[in-house]
Design a protein around this ligand. Structure first.
Ligand SMILES: NC(=O)c1ccc[n+]([C@@H]2O[C@H](COP(=O)([O-])OP(=O)(O)OC[C@H]3O[C@@H](n4cnc5c(N)ncnc54)[C@H](OP(=O)(O)O)[C@@H]3O)[C@@H](O)[C@H]2O)c1
Length: 368
């Protein structure tokens, strides 16, 4: 049995789901892969629980999940202690062959991630931020263990940074490995924005759909975090960098769904002010329909550039046919033309995302 030391950074929704899935899949991993994932440490923003013996027991992991699910910090776990320094946690807890898994949404993990690679450990990232900082950080994170032009054959996996567990990065890497020239990628990478655009297409008022999505908890507490498009911009940048394009986040052209002057409003005032945008959106949807097009909040990666924002697409295209909260990606390449390679499905949710992280972990176990 191969025993793989694991350090999990971030025990929010995805991190907790991952711990549950690791425990639930122990039999499968043992029988099919001859593998046992040994949790050596789990860390949140304030504390960590570190194994004193070979691994944290499944009972301890259940307590970790219970503490975090009740909204408490890991420091309050009976075996928890403060963590001021993730590098220190990794230093104490990791062993050769370790997997370090980043399920935070913070760039504060970067020193620990780089340190892990220096030690020869492997990385799985659900966190987009480290991959959308300076290009030098991206290259160091993704190239370790592989030649720079074959990043995906190295010691890092980041499938869930783009479309959750959908195999978007895997598809991109396979196209690259086969020498198929990717001419354009177009995708809908936000379930929340998909919901809003579907509502608009059904003839509903913009303010009505956004307020409903907010009330149902489909948006972030401040809906501008979704409507501004920055999360989609990070995903587009990760795809562009995956194609080898030397772009930074500032190079991504982002058009959000509200004007800059609404940025300074409180959340309540923003929601109250939304009706002033209704007529403009309704007009745009009607004009699009008159041309046989539909309005999508899309990321477009083409001609060395990334654009993110409301986009008119052909109503008959896969993206044009999309409705609801699914993510969808079209790859237009030399061999996938005129019809694109299409990947569609759930692009968010803690369990789906955790399943993608777990798949990355198992795959990496077989990478030297
Ligand atoms: N949720 C989804 O559907 C989904 C889909 C695809 C990708 N993702 C990505 O997956 C990641 C995790 O998402 P989530 O929904 O689980 O987020 P979350 O619920 O906000 O959890 C984030 C976790 O990271 C911890 N954290 C923050 N800063 C830290 C630091 N400096 N050191 C150690 N831990 C730190 C937080 O600690 P505290 O508990 O102490 O605050 C928390 O446990 C994000 O990057 C997200 O973009 C999520």
């Amino acid at each position: 049995m191969r025993e793989i030391p694991v350090i999990l950074i971030g025990v929010g929704g995805v991190g907790q789901a991952l711990l549950r899935q690791i425990v639930a899949n122990r039999g499968l991993h043992a029988e099919q892969y001859g593998l046992r994932l040994h949790l050596r440490a789990v860390a949140d923003s304030q504390g960590a629980v570190i194994a004193l013996d070979a691994e944290l027991s499944d009972a301890t992991l259940a307590e970790v999940i219970a503490v975090k699910a009740s909204g408490r910090p890991l420091i309050e776990h009976p075996d928890g202690g403060p963590q001021g320094d993730l590098v220190g946690v990794i230093d104490v807890a990791a062993h050769p062959g370790a997997l370090v898994v980043d399920c935070t949404a913070s760039d504060a993990t970067v020193p620990a991630l780089l340190y892990s690679l220096e030690q020869g450990y492997k990385l799985v990232l659900a966190n987009k931020k480290p991959l959308t900082m300076e290009q030098e950080v991206y290259h160091r994170l993704t190239s370790a263990g592989g030649a720079s032009h074959v990043r995906h054959l190295g010691r890092t996996r980041w499938e869930t940074t783009c479309g959750a567990a959908l195999p978007v990065i895997a598809a991109l890497n396979r196209l690259a490995a086969s020498g198929d020239a990717v001419e354009r990628i177009a995708g809908a990478f936000s379930g929340t924005l998909g919901y809003v655009m579907t509502g608009l297409q059904e003839g509903r008022a913009f303010s009505d759909v956004v307020r409903e999505a907010h009330k149902l908890g489909y948006t972030e507490p401040d809906p501008r975090d979704d409507l501004g498009g920055i999360d989609v911009a990070r995903k587009a940048l990760i795809l562009a960098r995956g194609l080898g394009w030397p772009l930074d986040l500032a190079d991504v052209e982002v058009t959000g769904l509200y004007p800059a002057e609404m940025e300074s409003l409180s959340v309540a005032d923003f929601l109250d002010a939304l009706p002033q945008l209704d007529a403009d959106f309704a007009g745009q949807v009607q004009r699009a329909a008159a041309e046989g097009k539909v309005f999508r909040f899309a990321a477009t990666v083409a001609n060395g550039q990334c654009r993110v924002g409301p986009t008119l697409v052909d109503g008959a295209s896969p993206l044009g046919q999309l409705s609801g909260t699914d993510n969808l990606v079209e790859f237009y390449t030399r061999w996938y033309s005129p019809n694109p390679l299409v990947i569609q499905g759930r692009g968010a949710g803690v369990d789906a995302t955790a399943s993608g992280v777990l798949a990355d972990m198992v795959e990496l176990t077989y990478t030297t």
